[in-house]
Design a protein around this ligand. Sequence first.
Ligand code: UDX
Ligand code: ADP
Length: 480
Amino acid sequence: MPAASIRSICCIGAGYVGGPTMAVIADRCPTVQVTVVDINQTRIDAWNDSDLSKLPVYEPGLDAVVGRARGRNLHFSTAVDDAIAAADMVFISVNTPTKTKGLGAGQASDLRWVEACARQVAKSATGHTIVVEKSTLPVRTAEAVKAILSAKEQSSDGAQKSFAVLSNPEFLAEGTAIPDLESPDRVLIGGEHPEAIDALASIYENWVSPDRILRTNLWSSELSKLTANAFLAQRISSINSVGALCEATGADVREVARAIGTDSRIGSKFLQAGPGFGGSCFQKDILNLVYLCRHFGLPDVADYWESVVTVNTWQQHRIARTVVQKLFGTVTGKRLAILGFAFKADTNDTREAPAIRIAQDLLEEGAQLAIHDPKVDAEQIARDLKLPASSAPDADSGPTRAALSGEGTWWPSEDIAAAVSGADAVLILTEWQHYRDLDWSHLAPLMRQPAWVFDARSVVKPADVLKAGLQLWRVGEGQP
Ligand code: UDX
Ligand code: ADP
């Protein structure tokens, strides 16, 4: 198929990857019709909301891109089969979480949504269709997708159909998805059919320079995605492990990160110590790599990568433990304000957010948590903590019954001053810009003294916190 002939694209899955990616493609390729489909009607309705602040994915700059293209050549719909039938190219951008049960539980990716998609494409596609894997998929998934599609090509009702499968992994980071998509470091296209690769490359060439479009075989492309995430996550676990040593020795992890980051061979990015990595990719992809290594008889390599995840979990428990220790060994019945629940700033996504494990540990200890996040809603927090919200207690009245009985509770707080009132400690778990600019001289008098600030993201100015009479713990900072 000649490259210029892509006129209509369908993307299955209107999530954090499919939505922003297709919005940018539609924006940059005004002559291509792009339809994003999803089985989730509520999600599609939110993408079609005339109020652009109600889009289901919060991502800086996304509203402007959707505003320009929606209705022109960008459409959101639940008519999955129609959109597949009309498309020359179908992107599969559905979720691939880690399996929770059965073979490979806890490590292998759950491919049931991908497989369902492949079957739907096999059924509804017409003519020649290029199928592009966009979800993070374990190595050799394309083979399964190919097998499902080629079974259809050979069947009696499939005589008019043909397929080419490509892997085009996503390297966007949430919170910076729009700039990442608009000026990517590289675009990776893996596949076996040069014409199909050219067709997809010609879409990207509308705004990406051709020397940034890398062509590989299918398996290299799939494995590169897992490996890129594993390397990035490994840096975070490395710096967090060094942070603990800094705390024990009197060094400061920010100084160490700066010192090693200026070595051009190491580089400065992904050396920010924190509460551990979260998000939908890092943990899932590393566990997938671990699973693959074990499957291919490489247990030592599997153990090596698995330790990156082990250190990450340890860091989250360690932070909760530090809070308990500093508060005289108990947080039972104590009020704590948690600032930030998203896995990082500038997203409303909470998948694998470090705040979940830290909050759960503190609830287990019987703490009363006031949780603030500018973009995450209370229902999401309740689902993540597996605990419904309580109503906010009155800061002036005495402890609640739950507090006295030692039961952990939490409530959402839209106002930071209200969250902090009566609290023994503030924990900063997401680096929202707003938290960098807090007025501690105003907040400190609202707290119960002696009060602590636990800054797991290095966002506060230490002098301001100390001047307000608060005690400060910062990740990776030892007392010289
Ligand atoms: C990541 C990859 O960056 C992206 O290329 C891939 O396509 C998907 O996974 P994302 O999960 O959106 O993107 O966010 P990222 O910015 O990579 O951050 C991941 C986690 O690491 C966050 O919890 C973040 O707070 C944490 N992090 C990042 C650190 O703790 N320290 C750092 O220095 C950098
Ligand atoms: P990601 O971060 O990978 O984009 P999300 O969970 O945000 O993941 O989005 C995946 C989307 O894919 C969800 O909105 C889900 O409803 C949708 N989805 C899953 N399976 C199918 C399917 N068979 N047909 C259409 N949409 C699907």
